[in-house]
Design a protein around this ligand. Structure first.
Ligand code: PMP
Length: 355
């Protein structure tokens, strides 16, 4: 381990160090990380074993085409293998999508507030970000997004459920939107949190993409599958889009460890679903407790909740940190991941004291 430079050490002064998911000593630093929408469960034993086995070949480059994972995904989702592209996390795939679609002078539309990476990866491509404010209820304003389309628009992100508000766009509304988007504009349905949805009126993007060549579905192994540290995501889209993604992929961008662990996770979906169900149960418990305290929050269909605290967001995050949980403040509100029961309890207690 290299010594930290004095400058870095100074920059880190006062920044609490924490081990995600480990309880802190009574007077210790912040302990629970509820700030990145991670899955609090460690990998399933079988998935871990597979990863360890793959680690035995770390002297080799991975399968550049991700063959095993691609075939497994094709079977799991009932799509042709040519309609799939894998990448370094779904954020990596999203960046490739923009790079292969939009450049200087082009525009990329997304709701705001939404996933922080959208403006960043748009700017990396030299394209112009076009944020469209959420409605008062923190939901995508699809009519306003349609109105924002110009002849320079190349791509539109719809984050469903939306990060950080947890709100969803329902089937009728989304289908009507897709019917009105010009066919030469790519609509990316970012479904990073789809497994946590319990509202039956929210469509599965994979049903929507089938007869829509301009729709691309983005998924990840980072959330419900609990493999955030391995950086593997994928897109499902018709051949020209998927082929362009495969062409622009960083060579060997998905390690063999990640490929094999992702396949093992797809084969362990029953056990993983139990964990997701438990987190959804925790979400209901947290929302119930907050509502009983008098909080008004938008209905979340993801593994986090959103407190629209506005100017009080930083203060609330600081209070949480003092109590031992790291949450994520934004200018409009605070996003809190549903984590382990004790962490959720600490958050709920802090919320009560803060009101
Ligand atoms: N999309 C959304 C909406 C997200 O919230 C995230 C992660 N926070 C991602 C994509 C990227 O996830 P990953 O790169 O880990 O697949």
């Amino acid at each position: 381990m290299t010594e930290k430079t004095p400058k870095l050490r100074a920059a880190l002064d006062g920044v609490p160090t924490y081990k995600p998911g480990k309880p802190a000593a009574a007077d210790g630093p912040v302990a629970y990380k509820l700030s990145s929408n991670e899955n609090p469960y460690p990998p399933l034993p079988g998935v871990l074993e597979t990863a360890i086995e793959a680690a035995g070949s770390l002297n080799r480059y991975p399968d550049m085409a991700c063959t095993g994972l691609m075939l497994e995904l094709a079977e799991r989702f009932g799509v042709p293998v040519t309609h799939i592209a894998t990448g370094t996390g779904s954020v990596g795939v999203a960046q490739q999508l923009i790079q292969s679609t939009a450049g200087p002078g082009d525009e990329v539309i997304y709701a705001w507030r939404s996933f922080e990476a959208y403006p960043i990866i748009t700017q990396v491509s030299g394209a112009t970000p076009v944020p469209v404010p959420l409605t008062d209820g923190d939901v995508h304003d699809l009519d306003a997004m349609l109105a924002a389309i110009t002849d320079r628009t190349r791509l539109i992100f719809v984050c469903n459920p939306n990060n950080p508000t947890g709100t969803v766009v329902r089937r009728a509304e989304l289908e009507s939107f897709l019917d009105r988007v010009p066919a030469d504009i790519l609509v990316v349905l970012d479904e990073a949190y789809i497994e946590f949805i319990r509202d039956e009126n929210v469509p599965n993007g994979i049903d929507l993409y089938r007869d829509r060549p301009n729709v691309c579905v983005l998924r990840t192994f980072s959330k419900a599958y609990g493999l955030a540290g391995l950086r593997v995501g994928f897109a499902i889209a018709h051949e020209p889009v998927a082929a362009a993604l495969r062409k622009t992929a960083v060579p060997f961008g998905v390690t063999q460890l990640a490929q094999d662990a992702a396949v093992a996770s797809l084969r362990s979906e029953d056990a993983l679903r139990e964990r997701v169900d438990a987190l959804v149960g925790e979400r209901a418990r947290v929302v119930g407790a907050l509502t009983a305290q008098g909080w008004t929050l938008p209905e979340s269909q993801a593994n986090f909740v959103w407190l629209p605290l506005g100017e009080r967001s930083q203060d609330f995050a600081a209070a949480c940190e003092r109590a031992g949980v790291v949450v994520r403040p934004f200018p409009e509100g605070v996003r809190v991941t549903i984590g382990e029961t004790e962490a959720n309890d600490l958050f709920v207690q802090t919320a009560e004291a803060f009101r």
